[in-house]
Design a protein around this ligand. Structure first.
Ligand code: COA
Length: 271
């Protein structure tokens, strides 16, 4: 039995599609899924990054298909699901993890900038779930959205991300209701700060202390800790779990964004 105590055949023969699977939290999830027997389809914008990730995951025993494309294109996403089924079989799980972020005050974000993030996070998640539906009805599988602390807490300079992530969580709930009768589960995983991710490099540019101090457990997560929770939610262990946001944030939601916001925002003039 591996150190994390999950049975190492938990996902044997299951096929999981991951958008954004070539890096960051999503690659951490992919590593754990591979260790538990899953075969993987990685989708992302950068072919070289996908190839590198695929080689590593094959070394962990997974069969891996990669497709380069943008989640903002419904056609490209649909094509990736066709390739997945042809290469590995119909998907049992979909991790909608592709995301975009930059840190900027709302008043300086252009219409195109706001739209870029909403399109990647929200529309892109919809595209993946939508394209997976036919395969998921056959496997009675599940969708797992990766959202973030910005979905529930109001983090400064994250208006675009907060709007997109809150939309993703509500999409998740609606799909749980609509697709439950098809045997398809829909859940969100809400990570707090995670080591070695592009998102946290951007968010904690001014230092990680306010993030660590906001987390009751007092540290960042490793991507593979997030991966273990993803594996549980995608597996039969969570057969009766749907419509839920699972926080894997060390308790950040309890402290909220106040400390982070204080360091992000310049002192506001008092009137
Ligand atoms: N501040 C304000 N606006 C910004 C910005 C910043 N730091 N970075 C990008 N934008 C704006 C651009 O100016 C552009 O708007 P404009 O046309 O009005 O000038 C718009 O966002 C789109 O930028 P572009 O670089 O063309 O889009 P893209 O599709 O190539 O990239 C982003 C999408 C902006 C989300 C980019 O940050 C990205 O690719 N991120 C992926 C990696 C990532 O964010 N990982 C973390 C995930 S949590």
């Amino acid at each position: 039995m591996p150190a994390h105590q999950l049975p190492d055949d938990l996902l044997d023969g299951r096929v999981v599609f991951l958008s954004g699977g070539g890096s960051g939290v999503n690659l951490g999830i992919a590593r754990v899924l591979a260790d538990l027997g899953a075969d993987l389809s990685l989708y992302g914008r950068t072919a070289s990054r996908l190839d590198e990730a695929a080689e590593e995951l094959r070394g962990r025993g997974a069969r891996v298909v990669t497709t380069a494309g943008d989640v903002r294109s419904a056609e490209q996403v649909a094509h990736a699901f066709e390739r997945t089924e042809a290469g590995l079989g119909p998907v049992d799980g979909v991790v909608c993890g592709a995301a975009g972020n930059f840190v900027a005050p709302a008043e300086s974000i252009s219409s195109n900038g706001f739209r870029a993030v909403v399109d990647i996070d929200l529309l892109g998640s919809f595209h993946c779930a939508h394209a997976a539906f036919g395969q998921l009805t056959r496997t009675r599988g599940s969708v797992l959205f990766v959202t973030g602390a910005q979905s529930a807490g109001a983090f400064a300079h994250q208006s675009h991300v907060g709007a997109a992530k809150a939309g993703v969580d509500q999409l998740m709930r609606t799909l749980a209701v609509e697709w439950g009768p098809h045997g398809i589960r829909s859940n969100s995983l809400l990570p707090g700060p995670v080591h070695d991710t592009e998102g946290m490099r951007r968010l904690a540019e001014g230092g990680s202390a306010p993030w660590t101090d906001s987390v009751p457990l007092g540290r960042f997560a490793d991507a593979e800790e997030v991966g273990r929770m993803a594996a549980v939610l995608l597996s039969p262990l969570a057969a009766y779990v749907t419509g839920t946001v699972v926080h894997i944030d060390g308790g950040l939601a309890l402290s909220g964004p106040a400390l982070v916001n204080r360091t992000v925002l310049a002192p506001a003039p008092r009137v």
